[in-house]
Write a protein that binds this ligand. Structure first.
Ligand code: ADP
Ligand code: MG
Length: 155
């Protein structure tokens, strides 16, 4: 099974999933983050980055305006990308995401703006469920990520 659903009843649950993801990341990892505006893609990515940077790191800015934000964790380079404001798909080539993936892990919001995605990748889709603001994450592991999915299970 290369799919996994994880309930995210509150923001803390989103942060715990992000922390588990952050702990798992390796160079060459491509993670796509899908879902409506406000679903929690950035919250998840920030939690992953924070888990890897260590507690001393207070501020993890959002890449909404810069498109690309790079974080140097002690043992991993993490590049967080938000392509919502990428107007033309051609412009994606200038972002240097191929190099970022060679050197570290890539977390990409609005991955559909890229066109082609790597075959080895983790797709995370977040959607709202019910009335109270709860979310659910749906994870799909492609290629080598299929076997790594279960490590993201709620403990
Ligand atoms: P996106 O990047 O998908 O547009 P953001 O992460 O910027 O969304 O914003 C999501 C908002 O929802 C944040 O205010 C965050 O605190 C909140 N949030 C995240 N996960 C949950 C959750 N599981 N339940 C309720 N609120 C959440
Ligand atoms: Mg966002």
């Amino acid at each position: 099974e290369n799919e996994l659903s994880i309930p995210l009843p509150d923001e803390a649950a989103t942060e715990r999933l992000g922390a588990r993801l952050g702990a798992l990341l390796q160079p060459g990892d491509f993670v796509s983050l899908s879902g409506d505006l406000g679903a929690g893609k950035t919250a998840l990515a920030r939690a992953a980055v924070r888990a890897r940077l260590g507690d001393w790191q207070e501020e993890v800015p959002s890449p909404t305006f810069t498109l690309v934000q790079t974080y140097e964790a002690p043992d991993l380079l993490i590049t967080h990308v938000d392509l919502y404001r990428l107007d033309r798909p051609e412009d994606a080539a200038e972002l240097g995401l191929g190099d970022a993936l060679d050197e570290g892990a890539l977390l990409v919001e609005w991955p559909d703006r890229l066109g082609r995605l790597p075959q080895d990748r983790l797709d995370i889709s977040i959607r709202l469920v019910g009335e109270g603001g709860a979310r659910e994450a749906h994870l799909t592991g492609h290629g080598q990520w299929a076997a790594r999915l279960r490590e993201l299970h709620d403990p």
